[in-house]
Design a protein around this ligand. Structure first.
Ligand code: SF4
Length: 328
């Protein structure tokens, strides 16, 4: 029986997710027709379902769907992961109002990509999947001079290997990264590349975001006190899946769940765990975490709950609706 839960702090929503969801909710209220969002606004199934069911939001995943918006659908929201310039310009051509809910920390990487491309650099963009929406967006800023390199341990279509990746001119390359990778694996990958290309430029501030780092730090700090972890995340949340991997590396027992409903199936796995750490992705609503805590409380009224650490105190500016004329 689980006797003690250590709740990671911080966990759950980051400032970028709060800003993006709020932008969608506010825009949906002002619109009678369904509001269109390009890609899942954040990578969490519950968030997406709630927006569809409670706010009449309609999600599209590609340009073809954007081009066939239902009559009256005149506004599109870009998700927190960012979009490539091609999507922006197509939205402008279609005469759509836009609300750019891209996290400012992703926009920062786009800005770096444009700057280094202008200066003649070849960009090595470290990511965990070439199909991740954030990687697609950043890559799209300078596709002719960007190579996506798999972070250590990740392979897949479109990902170059850091040990073998080739560049046109080793004296003119820069490394950028996806914002939500494993801190430790990213450092190791950058080092591999630096060893191979000593003249590679590493921008002064790294691209991993504060929320990714803080949630990984919280898991590291709890891990000596727990037998295992529960990580609330959708599988397509990069930062959430990195938390799961980290928790597994540190304790050998880490289990993913979307919601409290997944706990029944996990019961056999949890046998023998007496203390458990709980954390959640930057896109997981905290009420889902408390449903899990309450599930264990109901089974053991003497359950001890430990919650140490600090909440973040970061807010991002509200995303505004921009008329199509302002973009063309
Ligand atoms: S996880 Fe990081 S990059 Fe992604 S929305 Fe949150 S703060 Fe922004």
């Amino acid at each position: 029986m689980i006797e003690r839960i250590h709740l990671a702090k911080p966990r759950g929503f980051c400032a970028g997710v709060v800003m993006a969801i709020s932008a969608v909710e506010k825009a949906a209220v002002l619109q009678e027709t369904p509001l269109t969002v390009y890609h899942s606004i954040v990578h969490n199934h519950t968030v997406v379902e709630r927006l569809e069911q409670q706010h009449n939001v309609h999600f599209v995943e590609d340009l073809e769907a954007l081009e066939q918006l239902p009559a009256g659908g005149d506004t599109v929201v870009f998700s927190a992961h960012g979009v490539s310039p091609r999507v922006r310009s197509r939205a402008a051509e279609l005469g759509l109002y836009t609300i750019d809910a891209t996290c400012p920390l992703v926009t920062k990487v786009h800005t770096e990509a444009k700057k280094y491309a202008r200066e003649g650099f070849h960009i090595l963009l470290i990511g965990d999947s070439a199909q991740h929406q954030e990687v697609i967006g950043t890559y799209g800023e300078a596709p002719d001079v960007t190579t996506v390199v798999g972070v250590l341990g990740k392979q897949g279509a479109g990902l170059a290997d850091p040990y073998t990746v080739q560049v046109p001119d080793p004296s003119k390359i820069v490394v950028l990264t996806q914002t939500t990778l494993s801190v430790d694996d990213t450092q190791k990958t950058v080092q591999i590349l630096k060893n191979r290309f000593p003249q590679m430029v590493i921008p002064p501030s790294d691209d991993l975001c504060y929320a990714t780092k803080n949630r990984q730090d919280a898991v590291k700090s709890i891990s000596p006190q727990v037998d295992g972890f529960l990580v609330l995340t959708s599988t397509h949340s990069s930062n959430g899946m990195r938390l799961l991997e980290l928790a597994h590396t540190l304790t050998g027992r880490a289990y993913r769940l979307e919601t409290v409903q997944d706990l029944d199936a996990l019961e056999p796995e949890l046998l023998g765990l007496r203390s458990v750490g709980i954390t959640s992705a930057a896109s997981t609503p905290d009420d889902l975490v408390w449903e899990v805590v309450n599930y264990f409380k109901a089974k053991n009224p003497a359950l001890e709950l430990v919650e140490e650490g600090e909440w973040e105190n970061i807010e991002f500016r509200e995303a505004k609706r921009v008329a199509p004329a302002a973009r063309v």
